[in-house]
Design a protein around this ligand. Structure first.
Ligand code: BGC
Length: 263
């Protein structure tokens, strides 16, 4: 679909499930060289099946275990790409998680775990990628998976909302620093998407109905609908897009409470 992605080297963190898995497979369809990152062994089967999918599609793939909240692990991840495929073209900081806890009951460790993965992980991934791009004098690409909660507050998810709000200004700041080298840094902010993590939540009819009320398009999104945007942002068609966020949310960020024309 995007011819220029063929043979590109792309690292995707958190590619063992959900949006990251869909991204890995779509880049495989473009015949890219994909480095699938995962942390937990429980994602092994999913990772192996994506590798097979990518190879069948004509791409190449390797898997690298790494805890992206640790700088040594992230450097190892990026250097694995360079070692196996000779370079790094695209870094996708996708790994992230959420867990609801009222703020006044949130233990510091729970706050910290989410910040460490969602925000610090993206910082470390971006830093390692920029260093590699500068070393190679390459006009590389960084894409972060953020969330509609980089601008919509989310009660009981204070750590998650803070991590995504931080990710927005981190991306914009980094883009301002490195756009002059031709390095393109952007975010994708998904809304309600069905993945392994959210399938159970959305199969509850009450939660589903309540969620649909917040979405003008009246549909929960699919991981592939998010991954499509990553392909586009990584391609030459997005050559003038720097430091911005593309919301993939069925309109969720457009004040759906006003849909009835009230107020
Ligand atoms: C979360 C989902 C949630 C959606 C909309 C996303 O960032 O990962 O669990 O449904 O935001 O609230």
């Amino acid at each position: 679909m995007f011819k220029d992605l063929e043979g590109k080297v792309v690292v995707i963190t958190g590619s063992g499930s959900g949006i990251g898995k869909a991204m890995a497979e779509q880049f495989g369809e473009e015949k890219a060289n994909v480095i699938l990152n995962y942390r937990s062994e429980r994602h092994m089967d999913a990772i192996e099946s994506s590798i097979k999918f990518i190879e069948d599609a004509g791409g190449k793939a390797i898997k690298v275990q790494a805890d992206i909240s640790k700088e040594d692990d992230v450097n190892h991840l990026v250097q694995s790409a360079v070692k196996h495929f000779g370079t790094l073209d695209i870094m996708i900081n996708n790994a992230g998680f959420e867990k609801p806890i009222p703020t006044h009951e949130m233990p510091l460790e729970e706050w910290q775990k989410v910040i460490d993965v969602n925000l610090t992980g993206a910082f470390l991934g971006s830093k390692a990628a920029v260093n590699q791009f500068l070393k190679e004098d390459k006009q590389g690409i960084i894409i972060n998976t953020s969330s509609v909660h980089d601008k919509i507050p989310w009660p009981n998810y204070v750590n998650y909302a803070a991590s995504k709000g931080g990710l927005k200004l981190m991306m914009e700041t980094m883009s301002m620093e490195y756009a002059q080298y031709g390095i393109r840094i952007n975010n994708i902010s998904p809304g309600a998407i069905v993945t392994e993590h959210t399938r159970e939540k959305f199969s509850d009819s009450k939660t589903r109905e309540e969620t649909l009320e917040m979405i003008p398009a009246k549909a929960i999104g699919e991981a592939d609908e998010v991954a499509n945007v990553a392909r586009f942002l990584a391609s030459d068609l997005a050559s003038y897009i720097h430091g911005t966020t593309i919301y993939v949310d069925g309109g969720m960020t457009n004040y759906p409470a006003f849909m009835g024309g009230k107020g």
